[in-house]
Every structure is written in structure tokens, then in C-alpha cells.
Write a protein that binds this ligand. Structure first.
Ligand code: DQA
Length: 149
């Protein structure tokens, strides 16, 4: 049987993890997070693909691609970063492909500025994990794997 594939998308500025506002986002780099997701994927028996972009349209394109091809993606974990609070286009792309979504954030967006409390993505996500730093991604991957089991 083909391994189930889970796509993990990280939005803008997350390429700077490690040095970006470490008091909020911690010191773990995105490369370290992604390596730990690949290792966890092997444990869980799922194939993990990672993608980071600072560009809204590139994220929309990647979501569309997830539904195409010989092995479509079974679930998407997405940290839309700043686009969480602004992007109708990313929400619409997620709704269009009908792939189950787990929204994930390093920080607890509800403890921060008021503008971070609104997420355009939550309404199309199965669930949300926020506030556990790099561990949020691993929890989200476990949730996504459980969804597709
Ligand atoms: C974030 C929270 C967002 O509000 C912020 O714009 C980010 C990162 C998080 O992971 O905590 O870039 O998504």
C-alpha cells in the first residue's frame, strides 16, 4: 500500500525561525522542525512533504498541486503565519481541494494582539493547534496522521 502523504506548509517569515523574535517563536530553526517532522512521519508510517514560502500565490499553487498527481496528499498541516489573518485566497484554496486541514501556530495567537485572533483558515480546518512552539508542528502532524488513518 502507498504511504499516506501529509503536506506541511509554512507561510511567510517562518524561514527566519531561530533568529526571528525568539522570545515568541523560540530558537528552533525551520530546518530543525522539518527534520523532526520527517523523523516523526517515519514513526507514524506517513510520508511527510514540507513547503515554505513567503508568497501567497505560491502557497495557493502548492495547495492546488496537493490534490493533483498520482499520489494526492491525504491531509495538510498549515501554519499560514501572517496570512492567517489576511488571506481569503489561502482559505479558498484549502476549501477548494477538500483535503482535511490542521491549522498550526507556534505561538498562542489568542494571547497576543487582537488582530491575531481572527483566522481566515480556521473555518476550513478540522482543528487548530497553537502555543506549543516547535512542538505545535509535531502535535499537528500526529493529528493529521490520525485523521487519515
Ligand atoms: C504564527 C502567528 C502569526 O500571528 C504570525 O504572523 C506568524 C507566526 C505562529 O506560528 O505563531 O508569522 O503563525
Amino acid at each position: 500500500m502507498e504511504a499516506r502523504k501529509i503536506l506541511v506548509i509554512s507561510g511567510p517569515n517562518l524561514n527566519l525561525l531561530g533568529t526571528r523574535e525568539p522570545e515568541i517563536y523560540g530558537r528552533t530553526t525551520l530546518a530543525e522542525i522539518e527534520a523532526s517532522l520527517h523523523a516523526l512521519g517515519r514513526e507514524l508510517g506517513v510520508e511527510v512533504e514540507t513547503f515554505q514560502s513567503n508568497h501567497e500565490g505560491a502557497i495557493v499553487d502548492r495547495i492546488h498541486q496537493a490534490a493533483a498527481g498520482p499520489t494526492p496528499v491525504s491531509a495538510i498541516v498549515i501554519n499560514p503565519a501572517g496570512y492567517t489573518h489576511t488571506s481569503v485566497a489561502i482559505r479558498d484554496a484549502l476549501a477548494a481541494v477538500r483535503i482535511p486541514v490542521v491549522e498550526c501556530h507556534l505561538s498562542n495567537t489568542h494571547r497576543r494582539e487582537a488582530f491575531r485572533r481572527r483566522s481566515y483558515v480556521s473555518g476550513v480546518a478540522v482543528g487548530i493547534i497553537a502555543g506549543f512552539g516547535a512542538e505545535s508542528y509535531r502535535l499537528a502532524l500526529r493529528a493529521a496522521a490520525a485523521l487519515t488513518a
